[in-house]
Design a protein around this ligand. Structure first.
Ligand code: ZN
Length: 140
């Protein structure tokens, strides 16, 4: 069984490779390469998979999941400039793909050893663009 919780955060980013020229960055990333950055209202759907506990009927304690999402996503990323304030985006281009992968990595680490495991991270960068990560290898 798969259960999904959604959280939202707002953050700024710049998509550019520091070692490239402005022209090369503009050709590759378009307006998203502008050095002053721009913001998104990100939404993340986190799906966790497991068998419901026979007594509680729960795949995972949703209070625990909410706390983990707060600590790993909202607290470190909300109202931040990802490139300058959130690792590893000082060295990794914070595309939707890479942000989704980083969220997967953080949550997968936190859920290790529990009864439920991470099934999917879906990151919406805009209403009409989202990225799914379903296993660690997806974005590496
Ligand atoms: Zn953007």
């Amino acid at each position: 069984m798969v259960i999904t919780r959604k959280v939202e955060f707002s953050a700024s980013h710049v998509c550019r490779v520091p070692s490239w020229s402005d022209d090369q960055n503009r050709t590759t990333f378009g307006e998203a390469s502008h050095p002053h950055g721009h913001g998104h209202n990100y939404a993340v759907e986190v799906s966790v998979e497991g068998a419901p506990d026979p007594i509680t009927g729960m795949v995972i304690d949703l209070k625990d999941l909410k706390q983990i999402l707060e600590e790993e996503i909202v607290a470190p990323m909300d109202h931040r400039f990802l490139n300058y304030e959130v690792k590893p985006f000082d060295t990794v281009v914070p595309t939707a793909e890479n942000v989704a992968h980083e969220i997967w990595r953080r949550l997968d680490t936190r859920l290790q050893g529990g009864a439920a495991r991470l099934h999917r991270v879906r990151l919406y960068e805009t209403a009409d663009l989202y990225v799914d990560v379903t296993e660690v290898g997806d974005a590496t």
